[in-house]
Structures are given as C-alpha cells and as structure tokens.
Design a binder for this molecule. Structure first.
Ligand code: SF4
Length: 239
C-alpha cells in the first residue's frame, strides 16, 4: 500500500466540507502564499511518514462521529502534491463508505490528480486570485495556467465543487476582483461559494520558522465590506 507524509490531523473539524470531519493535513506545497497560515507544511520531505493502513485505522476510529454528512477531508499544504497517496486514501474512504473531500489550491495538476479528484465526493477549490498577475503576486509562483487547466477539466466533467477565496484589503477587495472571480468559475458545478476574511493567525508560525511574514501589506476586510463583496459576487453569478 502507498504511504505518504502527513503534517497533522484535525479531528471533528466543521469547516472543511459538510458535517463533522477528520481533516488530514498532508505535507508539502508548491505555492508560497503571502498570507499562508501553514508555512510549516511547505517542505515536501518533512512530516510524519504514514501508511494508508494507519490512516484507515484512524478513519475507522472516527466513523461513529461522522454522522450522515461528515467524513474525511484531505488538506494541506497541497494534498495533490501527493496525489497517489490521496488516491489510495480516497479508495479506502470509498471502501468504508465514508464521504470524502479534497481541499486544493490548484497549484498542481496531472493525470493522477485528476483521478484523485474524480474519486472525491467534493473538491474544495481555494482560488488564491482570479487573474494571472494577482495569482502570481499572492502565490509567488508563475503557474496560473495550471489552475486554468484544472478549472477547464472540472467544467468539462461537471464534478461538484465548493469554491473559496480569501479576501484581504489591499489585495482583492474590489468589484473588479469579484468580476474576475465570477468569470473564472463560470460554468463550474458549484455547490457552495464562499469569500473568507483574511486573518493574521499564521504570522506567529512564520516568526517561529524564522521567515519574514509576507502579508504585512494586507489587512482583514470589515464584515460590511465582505458582505458588500458577497452581494456583488452573487449578482454577477445571477444568484
Ligand atoms: S496553497 Fe495553502 S498551504 Fe500552500 S502556500 Fe498557499 S495557503 Fe499555504
């Protein structure tokens, strides 16, 4: 059985997919988001080497708590960086009859990633920015075309997705940014769409790792601003 590197677990999380979930944070990420709240997941070779059998045992321990809607979410880091490992965990979820989700930033995409996302019940797509220039500014990587390919495939397959975007003042707190986002995700089979407020809770981890926090230029949006942007986005999407 395949094994991989796990950063950590969150038991009975309620934010990353429907119901109560076992969230498995996988190690490694190809992006370097300026506001990342998990920079300790970046290094691919770190984390705890873990077998699918170990994870299966953990899933089975928490199955009684999942209820009708809950299940397992693979997050990170970027879980699809370990796509073969994801695929095996998702097969195990399917075998156990457990609902599964993958939370991806869309920074990596290939045939194995496609197989893994095909198998997940829900994909949570965290869109860092909705145009190439801003995406590179947020992620530190010139790979917007990878996200575009992923979106094109999801549009063709009509697989269910939850779409998320972090909103920060000084980054994407404008109607224009909402217009770009609505255009980017048009035609996807979106079950849920969320704008999440930027927060600074990751700053202490950057400090601990000896890294200079890269989002000093950003500020959290006020609740009113976020609500206004949500209305703009809903109107643009015709909701
Ligand atoms: S994709 Fe997630 S884990 Fe990776 S750098 Fe961005 S915020 Fe951090």
């Amino acid at each position: 059985m395949t094994s991989g590197h796990v950063h950590s677990y969150e038991t009975l999380g309620a934010l990353d997919g429907p119901g109560l979930r076992l969230v498995i944070f996988l190690q490694g990420c190809p992006l370097r988001c300026c506001y990342c709240h998990n920079p300790d997941t970046w290094e691919t070779a770190a984390g705890q080497p873990t077998s699918v059998a170990d994870i299966s045992q953990r899933i089975r321990r928490f199955m009684p708590y999942f209820g009708r809607r809950g299940g397992v979410t693979l997050s990170g880091g970027e879980p699809l960086l370990q796509a073969a490992f994801c695929l095996e965990i998702l097969r195990e979820c399917q075998r156990l009859g457990v609902h599964s989700a993958i939370d991806t930033g869309g920074g990596v995409w290939n045939d194995v990633c496609r197989q893994a996302t095909d198998l997940a019940d829900i994909v949570i797509l965290d869109i860092k920015a909705a145009n190439a220039e801003l995406w590179q500014a947020v992620t530190g990587r010139d790979a917007f075309s990878t996200l575009l390919q992923l979106i094109a495939d999801f549009r063709a397959s009509q697989r269910p997705v939850w779409v998320r975007q972090v909103v920060a003042k000084g980054l994407n707190d404008s109607p224009e940014a909402m217009r770009d986002l609505a255009a980017l995700v048009a035609g996807l089979n979106i079950e849920r769409m969320e704008l999440l407020p930027y927060h600074e809770m990751g700053r202490s981890k950057w400090d601990k790792l000896g890294l200079d926090y890269a989002a000093n230029h950003l500020q959290p949006p006020t609740p009113d601003l976020l609500a206004d942007l949500q209305k703009v986005l809903a109107a643009l999407r015709g909701c």
